[in-house]
Design a protein around this ligand. Structure first.
Ligand SMILES: [Ca+2]
Length: 288
């Protein structure tokens, strides 16, 4: 899994470079481009349907409320919203950052570059601190929320993928079907839970967000978010974001959905993908 992910990233680094140097599809597509986009969108929707086939939990849809500009070279690995500010962790060795953004304007308020040996992963804000994982270094960083000054580090045994918290514990994913609950003071593991639904373990859990007593987890390389009971690990619902990718013909893997933040005041989610041009504010639509 992890090796596949790494290979995927390495093999597409040249694409990343082109992309981040400014290559983007023309804003005004011609018929050929529109056709390719429609075809890619249809493929994305059919992949979601294939994944969901036979799964019993209800499936939520979405409605786009607003769009926020997002850096096209920001390889999103984690997203969180706290006190009116959007916090983002980005990845890739040599270009991983922690970024504070004003979601009203999309303006970057502050940012911090990780040392080049670290591949940044999930981020979450708890109290006055920001926590950020690294992919394969088994090392987490804790920063002061206001100044972004590094306060301490912590270690964990697995790869680091997604990160959120329930107010008491950090909740971490590692690309498997397990969620780890960590003590925010020490980083030590308090407990873990396996995630499953009626078809068995739900693996490839990536970016996380804690919402009203449940854990939302993006299933890596899909447009799907699993809604998980943190007590039992059972998937209680799915959110299908197929169709949200703004350019599915070009924003192909690894440029997949990978950012989920929750705006408590509105009940909306802020979601984006790696190097996507927008963060989307969305409302969920109940299953019909
Ligand atoms: Ca998140």
């Amino acid at each position: 899994m992890a090796l596949a992910r790494q290979r995927c990233i390495v093999s597409l680094l040249s694409v990343t470079i082109l992309f981040c140097l400014g290559f983007m599809p023309a804003a005004c597509g011609n018929d050929q481009q529109d056709g390719a986009r429609d075809e890619a969108g249809d493929l994305e929707r059919s992949r979601s349907q294939e994944y969901l086939a036979g799964r019993e939990a209800p499936v939520y849809g979405y409605e786009v409320i607003a769009t926020i500009d997002h850096g096209r070279d920001d390889f999103t690995q984690g997203l969180d919203f706290d006190d009116g500010i959007l916090y983002e962790g980005t990845g890739l060795q040599g270009s991983s950052r922690l970024i504070k953004t004003d979601p009203e304007t999309g303006a970057v308020l502050d940012s911090l570059a990780l040392a080049p040996e670290y591949f940044g992963e999930g981020v979450t804000v708890l109290g006055d601190e920001i926590f950020q994982l690294t992919y394969t270094s088994n090392l987490g960083f804790v920063y002061d929320k206001e100044s972004l000054e590094l306060k301490r580090t912590f270690v964990y045994a697995t790869e680091g993928w997604g990160l959120t918290h329930d107010g008491e514990s950090l909740i971490m994913s590692d690309g498997t079907a397990t969620l780890f609950f960590l003590d925010p003071a020490s980083g030590s593991e308090k407990r873990r839970v396996g995630v499953s639904d009626n078809l068995g373990p739900v693996t490839c859990l990536n970016e996380l967000e804690y919402v009203d007593g449940e854990v939302y987890a993006n299933v890596w390389k899909t447009s799907l978010i699993a809604v998980i009971s943190p007590l039992t690990g059972k998937v209680t619902a799915w959110i299908d974001l197929a169709g949200l990718n703004p350019d599915p013909a070009n924003l192909v893997s690894p440029y997949v959905l990978n950012g989920i933040a929750y705006q408590e005041e509105t009940g909306h989610l802020l979601v984006t993908g790696k190097c996507w041009p927008y963060v989307y504010e969305i409302a969920l639509i109940s299953p019909s």
